[in-house]
Design a protein around this ligand. Structure first.
Ligand SMILES: Cc1cc2nc3c(=O)[nH]c(=O)nc-3n(C[C@H](O)[C@H](O)[C@H](O)COP(=O)(O)OP(=O)(O)OC[C@H]3O[C@@H](n4cnc5c(N)ncnc54)[C@H](O)[C@@H]3O)c2cc1C
Length: 386
């Protein structure tokens, strides 16, 4: 097996030797945390009800950047970039460097101001992002710029096929001793015994349990009467067969993003701001989404979408748009609520969760107990520049 460069290896001081840890969910977040915990000597078991990556991770668009305006997100985003770059080339994962352009339309003054302010805050956190004159943007990239009021470019960015990340990390996790139980649905025994897992009719008690079950996390906890402030919601993406060699781009006014893809282009948005049942939702993309993304991409990149595949998947929202990540009950940890940014933070968050579980806290702002779970809140779009 090809070896990643050093930046991939988890930076964890704590010793997990002698600890037994269960992770529910083999998405990008759960499998990274499991891998990282195994490197500390912990005995780790992962339960996955489908196959590795069969939740949202395998449906994600694979856009990764570190252009975050808050301290902790910027750190996690940067660490993720470092790790994925180091892992790139480890079968079957590759990461392709590509600048990420953000734009707001001239007539959309609110988003123009918000984007300019956001860029300043990203720069305070040391991110390689800067505003650029629309005409200069147009001279550097194949984008239409006549209607752009504010534009910015983030350089520490790129794309991948998310399933390849999950597969590469799962392979490494298993090599490091993680017991990976796929096609195995797991549940928590009861609210008083939250570190006992029931799977295939068997009860197993662990020292720590991490629930990284994506859109199912609320339901899984709710089954034993534990409430969390999270709502799953549906988003959509498509791939197109016409070649595209431009940058990744997010148009904050239309809400549409696109990037190069092996078939030509991948584009997405189609966000539905309503809570979705994680077991009952339409897997195929809607016609209105295909129409609106086609118009938006034509306007921005003079590109005609010819749909190859169009699909939907679930994201998870919280009242303050920050994840719920940390200890929820004694020994029971949760990791969800990524607001559409779970994949691009997974390598950094997985490591941070592993540290947290071993008593090395670094993600206090994401403490899941900051909410009772009874809060009523509206879902907001994760990428939105407001
Ligand atoms: C169309 C689309 C585009 C996206 N694009 C991007 C993007 O470009 N960049 C980005 O950062 N994010 C993106 N996202 C969001 C990203 O996909 C998620 O934030 C991320 O994948 C979440 O990873 P996870 O490991 O938390 O959850 P998941 O990948 O959903 O993993 C959870 C796993 O838990 C399993 N599970 C659930 N219940 C149980 C149970 N009871 N027992 C056992 N296993 C269980 C599921 O089968 C699943 O495999 C996108 C999402 C979609 C849908």
């Amino acid at each position: 097996m090809s070896q990643p460069r050093t930046g991939w290896e988890p930076e964890i001081d704590a010793d997990g030797d002698g600890l037994s840890i269960a992770v529910i969910g083999a998405g990008a977040v759960g499998i990274t945390a499991a891998h990282d915990l195994a490197t500390t000597g912990a005995t780790v078991t992962v339960y996955e009800k489908g196959t590795v990556g069969s939740g949202s991770s395998g449906r994600a668009a694979g856009v990764l950047y570190d252009a975050f305006a808050t301290d902790i997100d910027a750190q996690i985003g940067a660490r993720t970039q470092e790790r994925v770059r180091s892992l790139s080339g480890v079968d079957p994962f590759t990461f392709t460097d590509c600048p990420y352009v953000m734009v707001a339309h001239k007539n959309d003054t609110t988003r123009c101001e918000a984007l300019a302010e956001g860029v300043e805050r990203m720069r305070v956190h040391g991110r390689d992002v800067s505003c650029i004159e629309p005409a200069t943007l147009g001279s550097q990239f194949p984008l239409k710029t006549d209607d752009i009021g504010v534009a910015a470019v983030s350089r520490n960015a790129g794309w991948t096929t998310p399933q390849t990340y999950v597969d590469a990390v799962a392979k490494r996790a298993v090599n490091r001793g993680v017991k990976l139980k796929t096609e195995t649905t797991a549940s928590i025994a009861d609210a008083e015994d939250t570190t006992t897992i029931i799977a295939n009719g068997e009860r197993t008690t662990y020292d720590r349990v991490i629930i990284a079950a994506g859109a199912h996390t609320k339901q899984l906890l709710g089954a034993v009467g534990i409430t969390i402030a999270m709502k799953p919601y549906r988003v959509q993406a498509l791939t197109s067969t016409v070649p595209y060699n431009g940058p990744m781009c997010y148009d904050a006014t239309t809400g549409v993003y696109f990037r190069p893809h092996p078939t030509g282009m991948l584009a997405g948005d189609g966000t539905e701001l309503v809570e979705t049942d994680p077991d009952q939702w339409e897997r195929d993309a809607d016609t209105w989404f295909i129409d609106s993304v086609t118009d938006a991409v034509k306007q921005r990149a003079a590109y005609d979408i010819t749909v190859d595949r169009a699909w939907a998947g679930l994201c998870t929202a919280t009242p303050d748009e920050n994840p719920l990540c940390g200890e929820l009950r004694d020994g029971l940890y949760v990791a969800t609520g990524w607001q559409g940014h779970g994949f691009m933070r997974a390598a950094g968050m997985g490591e941070a969760i592993a540290k947290d579980v071993l008593g090395e806290p670094s993600i206090e702002p994401f403490d899941p107990t900051r909410f009772t779970g009874e809060e009523s809140f509206e879902i907001t779009e994760g990428m939105a520049v407001e």
